[in-house]
Design a protein around this ligand. Sequence first.
Ligand SMILES: Nc1ncnc2c1ncn2[C@@H]1O[C@H](COP(=O)(O)OP(=O)(O)OP(=O)(O)O)[C@@H](O)[C@H]1O
Ligand SMILES: [Mg+2]
Length: 272
Amino acid sequence: MFAIEVDNLRKEFVRKEKRGRGLPKRRRRVAAIKGVTFAIERGECVAILGQNGSGKSTLVRLLSTLLLHDGGGARIFGHDVFREQRAVQRLVNRVSVEASFFKKMSAAENLGYAARFYGMTPRMTRDRIPEILTRVGFPAERRNEAMEHLSRGMQQKVALARALLTSPVVLLLDEPTTGLDPRSKQEVQRFIREMRTTHDSTILLCTHDMAEAEILADRVGILDRGELLFLEPVDDVKDRYGVDTLEEAFFAATGRTFEDETEEDKEREVFA
Ligand SMILES: Nc1ncnc2c1ncn2[C@@H]1O[C@H](COP(=O)(O)OP(=O)(O)OP(=O)(O)O)[C@@H](O)[C@H]1O
Ligand SMILES: [Mg+2]
């Protein structure tokens, strides 16, 4: 059985557009995920690279039951993501830049809440919460401060601590190191490696950072305007395009450099 299995998955969004004064807004359906198929083995770490708007966060939100799909399917350890949401939620933990917290509550309180959601008792987590916050490099003196007073990097560490606390079987990491200073970034990367070795977690990592993908992942894929171009070991990607770096592979695969803006909707429009 695969840890994550995605089969011809599709997601579209409706976008309303202004057309000028007096005219009614036009509604367009824009495909964010266009028939994506892949499978990830238990214990594997897979990185998905893609430009802004390529569909990375949409994929992660679909797999964590936060969005409904428009076609195809997805399974987490055999559980249908769209029919067995509760079972999937217990297996999956998402870490994203837009992590949701109770903003008036502290890091420690937020972790305590999450622990109870996953069926852990306060006794089980009393020592574990401070220990885990320390491990992700969260300063001890700020544990009881309201989340809304923390910087984004700090909040990101709490999001990682929350993922670690519940020992998720599947970790969905949506740009876990974006916005972190170099040292925190390294700490987080070390931590991701540790999750694999000590917890046997399966990891799907979405990132803008090619070096990060290369050092952490067994296989890398490029999501290009909602389409997964490939998903294979870095060396195979380089061989496939006869290049030395992932940047060059990206260029060879898409005809664009990784930093270019995507010409967003032109090729995505499915219906006007
Ligand atoms: N809730 C929404 N409503 C309408 N359109 C959306 C919504 N969420 C995402 N989209 C659109 O879907 C496409 C994919 O967005 P998504 O956030 O998945 O990209 P991404 O790869 O995560 O980008 P980034 O690197 O900037 O985080 C974009 O065109 C985006 O505008
Ligand atoms: Mg995103």
